[in-house]
Design a protein around this ligand. Structure first.
Ligand SMILES: [Zn+2]
Length: 287
């Protein structure tokens, strides 16, 4: 999809399984299990969808999936299945080498979004996957990831932070910012402190694409009460969703869902006073 001078594509790093109950918070299973069938352990399939934004001088990746980083015990729980070659394989099929990535925008630092920032070498060392990239992350998010609580520690790869600190080129952001012309991040901290969504374009140049991160992880989460149990501040998420949905409806924006295996992206429509998913949109999805 072309937005101004940017080409926007979705990439699937892979899929993994997560407890359906945690993904939908207080919503009864009866309401989520039809669109998201659960296995015998109540796990649902989750996508690991990232965005590649290509302009004349920049190749910007938004999130990069889990990478090669789960240990045996975690792999049993999450059943991560990478698409061939993971995120690097996705890029290779588009003719892009990891060294060509100029920027990575990290929506937030949960392992399913940024595990792929590092790659384990054959010798067992962790090396940056995108050696030339500037990594843009909110300062608040960075600070939190350095010392999460006993409640959310499981959402981080504990060994990564130190390597990030030493090896990544970091741009720590304070609040909403323009990362490049027509590409801006907006803080939505209900999910985790300093989470940011990414907006490419504006309605006045013929539309926008929004990477919703875990503010709206699947199309089912367009419904207001559908808020994951992982969210630090569910009522903040509720308000942040209302704002985004109103803007997206008015501007006919395309929303991209990071974790939805069935609907990668869609526009919105209003039905009986409620905002619901409209037409599904394909962003030249590369597998
Ligand atoms: Zn998250």
């Amino acid at each position: 999809m072309q937005i101004g001078s940017w080409k926007v594509l979705t990439l699937m790093e892979g899929t993994w399984l997560l407890d359906g109950g945690t993904m939908f918070g207080i919503v009864p299973k009866k309401l989520w299990a039809t669109p998201h069938p659960a296995d015998e352990q109540n796990r649902i399939v989750m996508a690991l969808r990232c965005l590649l934004i290509v302009g004349p001088n920049q190749k910007i990746l938004v999130d990069c999936g889990i990478g090669d980083r789960l240990d045996e015990k975690q792999q049993k729980i999450y059943r991560h299945r990478q698409t061939p070659g993971g995120i690097v394989g996705c890029l290779a099929r588009l003719g892009v080498r990891p060294q060509e990535i100029t920027d990575v925008i990290a929506s937030h630092l949960h392992f399913d979004h940024v595990g792929g920032l590092l790659t384990r070498t054959e010798g067992g060392r962790l090396e940056p996957t995108f050696e030339n990239a500037m990594v843009h992350v909110q300062e608040e998010c960075w600070a939190w990831a350095g010392g999460p609580t006993a409640w959310d520690r499981g959402s981080f790869f504990s060994g990564d932070f130190q390597v990030w600190e030493q090896r990544l080129k970091l741009n720590l952001l304070r609040g909403d910012r323009e990362i490049a012309e027509q590409i801006r991040v907006k803080v939505t901290g209900g999910h985790t402190p300093g989470q940011q969504i990414v907006v490419v374009g504006e309605s006045d140049i013929g539309g926008a694409v929004v990477y919703c991160a875990d503010l709206i992880p699947t199309a089912s989460h367009i419904r207001l009460p559908f808020i994951a149990a992982y969210d630090h501040h569910p009522l903040a998420t509720l308000e942040e969703k209302k704002v985004l949905l109103a803007q997206a409806l008015e501007g006919n924006w395309v929303l991209v869902f990071d974790h939805d295996p069935y609907t990668p992206a869609c526009t919105l429509v209003e039905q009986k006073g409620r905002v619901v998913a409209g037409d599904a949109v394909c962003l030249n999805s590369a597998k």
